[in-house]
Design a protein around this ligand. Structure first.
Ligand code: EPZ
Length: 429
């Protein structure tokens, strides 16, 4: 299993190209099941999760062609996928595949909406929380589907097609909103979703579906109205930049010191995180290329942060912020409200000398003058990158084990950081 070795203490200077967003790419690829024509996606990141989803969609009969590089293109450019679900040959998503990546459960919606039937394995447990799918099932039932759980599978039927309805989410759910929008796009009549997720990835998927002929209004707000249509057609869409990758590299330079430009980044996608970095005395300025982040010499200030759905501070940046605050001058508090078990990185950061107390969903981080390198273990995608960030500032060598977690959501991380001066390398096998 690959590991990553970091020798801390190097400042970061230069430019980091931000890739397309993983959490937009996955639902966009899944949305291709809604049409028998070709969906072309540009700016697609080269991630393990994308590769796995290609396999899962292939299992339903979807053809995916990756365009070759065009003249002048480098690895910094995203890839282009030509996705064709001309004929769906299987409406079952097996446990062996779904259990590898939770978001693949979302195929339930387009399969049900287009084929009138779907049998999708329940995703099973996850390191960061129980993560039930009851609200996704509720949304399909609100659109007229009959849903049973049988042998670990969700079996959904709508032999006469779905019909528009009212969906009120008792709590904000990104996956619930994505799947409700996809299913409602082909349902007869009008659907109104209340307390919808407002994440930028929701608006990106809705924009693409509208290019495919859907009639979606209000995406990005908490009330979304969808007029169902009989058929969707092909389209071309570029995936928006990854705000979580952007926030991660911003915290990396804040930790190590230095001055970098995050190319293609869009500040409005992560304003809450930018505000928190400002409170921590980190300089963040929008530029015409993206965002410039710098910390030259000044010390980090402690912060008080609570994670919550967009536009609040994202849970997917919580671990990275915690790593950063281990070096702040003073005591910080971070409250995690989205997932009930998203502090797996705390014990690993403690191995590097961090001082963190947990009290339920609240973490108290007492800043220390210096971290010290050590072998540590990645437990999930975002926890793994928080260990990389800590390693950038730790004295001596840090070895991060199980980096397959990292490869799921960060494209060429060691190459991007290495080009800015980090002493970082991948140790294979
Ligand atoms: C999406 O997960 C993201 N994944 C997550 O990113 C992200 O952390 C999360 O949204 C919150 O922003 C993708 O986009 C692929 P939710 P999702 O439904 O849709 C509860 C990463 O690191 N809930 O918004 O699964 C749930 O347990 C990943 O890239 C129910 O109770 O998250 C959680 O506590 C990790 N019942 C809360 O709602 C349901 O049916 C929010 O979950 C659904 C969710």
């Amino acid at each position: 299993m690959d590991r990553i070795r970091i020798v801390g203490g190097r400042r970061l200077n230069g430019t980091i190209p931000i890739s397309g967003a993983k959490n937009a790419t996955l639902p966009l690829m899944i949305a291709s099941l809604l049409t028998d024509e070709t969906l072309i996606l540009d700016n697609v990141p080269r991630l393990a999760d994308v590769g796995l989803l290609e396999q899962i969609l292939g299992n339903h009969g979807v053809d995916i062609m990756v365009s070759g590089k065009r003249a002048g293109e480098t690895a910094d450019h995203g890839q282009t996928l030509h996705i064709s679900a001309a004929s769906i040959v299987d409406t079952t998503a097996p446990y062996e595949l779904v259990s590898k990546m939770r978001a693949s459960f979302w195929v339930l919606a387009p399969l049900l909406a287009r084929m009138g039937t779907a049998r999708v394995s329940l995703p099973g447990g996850c390191a960061i929380g129980t993560r039930p799918v009851d609200l996704l099932i509720m949304a399909m039932q609100q659109l007229g589907a009959e849903v049973d759980i049988d042998g670990g599978y969700v079996v959904a039927r709508a032999p006469h097609g779905l019909r528009g309805g009212g969906i009120v989410f008792p709590k904000v759910t990104v996956g619930g909103t994505h799947t409700a929008i996809m299913a409602a796009s082909l349902a007869r009549g009008t659907t109104v979703i209340d307390n919808a997720a407002r994440e930028p990835e929701i608006a990106d998927v809705a924009e693409c579906l509208n290019k495919m002929g859907a009639r979606i209004a209000g995406a990005g707000t908490s009330r979304i109205v969808i007029e169902g249509v009989i058929k969707l057609h092909g389209a071309r869409h570029a995936v928006l930049p990854d705000r979580i990758e952007t926030g991660t590299y911003a915290m990396a330079v804040a930790m190590a010191g230095g001055d970098i430009v995050l190319q293609n980044a869009r500040p409005e996608l992560l304003q809450a995180a930018i505000d928190v970095l400002g409170q921590a005395a980190v300089s963040v300025t929008p530029t015409n290329q993206g965002i410039r982040v710098a910390r030259n010499g000044g010390s980090l200030a402690p912060v008080e942060v609570t994670t919550a759905p967009f536009p609040e501070f994202p849970t997917d940046l919580q671990a990275q912020l915690m790593a950063l605050m281990t070096r702040a001058h003073g005591t910080s508090h971070i409250v995690e409200t989205v997932f009930e078990n998203r502090f797996m990185h705390v014990q690993e950061l403690a191995r590097l000398g961090a001082r963190i107390q947990l009290d339920g969903e609240r973490a108290t981080i007492e800043g220390v003058a210096q971290l010290k390198g050590a072998p540590v273990m990645a437990t999930d995608l975002r926890a793994s990158v928080s260990l990389i960030i800590a390693g950038l500032a730790a004295e001596g060598e840090t070895i991060v084990n199980r980096v397959y977690h990292l490869d799921r959501g960060f494209e060429r991380l060691e190459d991007k950081l290495g080009r800015c001066g980090a002493a970082i390398e991948r140790l294979s096998g």
